[in-house]
Structures are given as structure tokens and as C-alpha cells.
Design a binder for this molecule. Sequence first.
Ligand code: F6P
Length: 468
Amino acid sequence: MARLVVVSNRVPIPDKSGTAPAGGLAVALQTALEARGGLWLGWSGRSCTDDAVGPLQRLKEGNIEYALTDLTERDVEEYYQGFANRVLWPICHYRLDLAEYGRREMAGYFRVNRFFASRLLPLIEPDDLIWIHDYHLIPLAAELRRQGVTNRIGFFLHIPWPAPDVFHAMPVHEALLTSMTAYDVLGFQTEHDRENFADCLSRHGLGDRLDAFRFTVGERSFTARSYPIGIETDDFAALAKRAAETALHKRMLQSLDGKQLIIGVDRLDYSKGITQRIDAFESFLTRHADSQRKVTLLQITPKSRSEVPEYEAMQRAVAEQAGRVNGALGTVDWVPIRYINRSLRRPALAGLYRMAKLALVTPLRDGMNLVAKEFVAAQNGEDPGVLLLSRFAGAAQELKEAVLVNPYDVEGTADAIARSLAMPVEERRERWTAMMTTLRTNDVFAWCDGFLDDLAAGPTPQQARPAA
Ligand code: F6P
């Protein structure tokens, strides 16, 4: 079996505390790579002055060999905080109003991709399969090709690919689109994303479509498919079951004192619809006054990208909003919203999912959303909680038996909360069973194997090399 070389900006550097890495990419890739083994190159998370970027830091944990690189402060500002998180992220999440395009940041993005290529080159062996992840590294394959790399290279986008009109609002969209054609396999979370990408290509007259999945551009051909990312379903279910016996679980139950738990877990990000969700919860409590003091919303929201101005503003806004609702509706012995800005360890999180009667997963736009999948896997099948899920999360394409909502419709979401809390156990079981079947079929290994089978299926580098 060929060695797998994974590249992503964020790498879940082994952490003895066991704190869950924030974000689906880290969780899913770590699980997949532990099973298969391979090399993982990414950012160390540290930034330093130009002359202090040292050699790669190498470490091995189980089956995974990590190669970590520092970036300069300027790199982090221009590439990560700037272009990746103030241009690509808002655009891919349909927030043109938040995109702050600047030439300096764009140049920094391409420069750091060249830098990643230079760090990767000495590590690559001829038969390696190279798998690059997410929007930070779109031009990486084109850089590697320029340096003569002929290995099979795949790319998986963890976030949505937007409709052409939105994508084209980005001044450098053409360069990015062209660089996507340097890959052999392009993976998207949903069919919708794949179609959006194909539409962008055809609007540009870039390449010919051979069939539903295959394209050619000049001499090159590539495949674009959807591979919905999954979780380790049965393992997560077992983790949640075990967590019910822990001291933390018992303390939490005691503190609820018979109240029903509603849970929300999201990075603090404007794409997650947290303010709309709190509005909906407030509207539910106001219009169903008999539910007051009977339910508690636990919103677990680790801070994210705090150096980016939009995220900093959002931190203040959500904290104020939660405080306002608690001030207006709370009583001396009941707090409607318990709001936490920390990551929890995975077993603790799994136990809380299992305890909850309802999960609110209501992003305004999301590539997949693994919280939705983990919540379902964590349930007790005899008396499962309800998943209330945004139509605009990739997970809604698979989990059709969830209670689907439009998160922009605050009153509609409030009604769905009321309906979900009152749902009879037979209906809850029926919905849960159907969703579990899907989650067992489309688990994280199906995602990884499906992608890598397609990546490995093409010509070997030797066959692909043009005759001298
Ligand atoms: O899953 C999407 C994603 O953007 C990943 O690429 C990323 O690692 C994660 O969310 C968390 O974001 P960040 O790495 O910026 O903290």
C-alpha cells in the first residue's frame, strides 16, 4: 500500500490533556490516519520572526508521523488571518458582506502555499499518495506540479463551495479555480458543492466535462466527487455510553435538577448561527412560558480565530446576548442559558450529548457539521434525543430524519424546538434508527477509503510522466 502524506493547515498536535481539537477536519483526519498510518505535514500553530523559522519539527504518535512547520508573524497575518479567514472563509459561507479582500493578503496566501510546497518536497517519495486539505492550501498542488511532482495529489474541501455568482465576487477567483485543476481527485462534502464547482468551471469555459465526475483541462484530467465526511460511529456511541458513569456526568445531572437539557456545540464563528439560535431559544421560552424553568440550553462555544476582527466582535455580541436573555428571563434558581467558552474533553462532550433531549445544530452555512453526527451516535436508542438541524449544513443532505429548520426563520426554529421537545418516543426512535443506519454506512472510514481508492485508482507517477 502506498504511503499516505496528508497536508493541512491545522494539525491536532498530540495533547496529553485529551482536549478535543476544535473543528471537524482535525477530528476526522486524525481518526482516519491513526487507522492507516502516514505522514502529516502542517502548521505548528506558532508564529515567529522571519529569521527564527527553523527546520521542521518531527514527532511520531502511534501510526502517525508529524512534520510541523512554524510560520512567520507576517505569514500568519496575511495567509491565515487575512486571505484564508477574511476572504475565502466568508465567501465560501456566502458572507460577501464580511469579505475583506486585499492584494497583500492574497500575495501572502500564494507565498505561504509556495513555502508549504518547499517544506513538503524533500519529504515526498515517488509512490506517495498526497492528500491536501481545505481552503488554506488550494494552490499547493499547482506549486508542487511546478516543482516537477508527478505523484497522485488529491484535495478535499471541508467547507462549502459556493455558487458561481458568489465565488466570482472574489478578485482572484480565476487563479484559484485554475489551480484546482492541478489535482487528480477533488473531493467535496456534498453533491451541491460539487455541482457549484462544476458550474464555476463551465462559467469560465475551463476544461471539458467528460461525464458527471470527470473533467479534462489541456493534457490533464481529474475527478470531482462528493465524499461526505463521517465519524467513528460505533466508537463514539460506546464512548457516550461509558461517559454516563463518570463523576462529571452525575454532577451535571444533579445540577439540572430534573430540567431538560438542550445542547449546542460550535466554534465561536459567525457561520454557526449562534445569535439566531439564541434568538430562537428566547422566542421559544417567551411563547411557551410553561417551559421556563423546565429546560436549560448549554451552549459550548470555544473561542476561535480571535485575532480576526469579525470573530472578536462576535465574541462580544454572543456574550452580551446570552447575558441579556439570562437577565431578562432567569430567576434566582434558574439560568436559561449556560454559556461556556472552552473546549471539553471528548468523553465529557459525548456524555453531555447523551444526556441532552435536544441538540440545536443551526449553522447559517456549514460544509458538513460533525456535531450533528456525534450527537446522534451518542444517543440511547431506547429514549433518543432529537436533532434539530439547519437545512444549510452539509449533514442535512444525509440526516433527512432530523427536524430540519431554516435558521434564518427565528420563529419557525422556536416552533421546531417546541415540537421536538414534545415528540413522542416512537417517532424519536424511528428517526434515530434511520439516522444511525446512515451514520454507520457513511462513517469516517468510508469517507477516507472512498477518497483514497479514487486517488490510488489513477496512473502511477511513472505511467503519468510524459515521455522524454
Ligand atoms: O473544518 C473547517 C476548518 O476550517 C478547518 O480547516 C479548521 O482546522 C477548523 O475549521 C478550525 O478552524 P481553525 O483551524 O482556523 O481554528
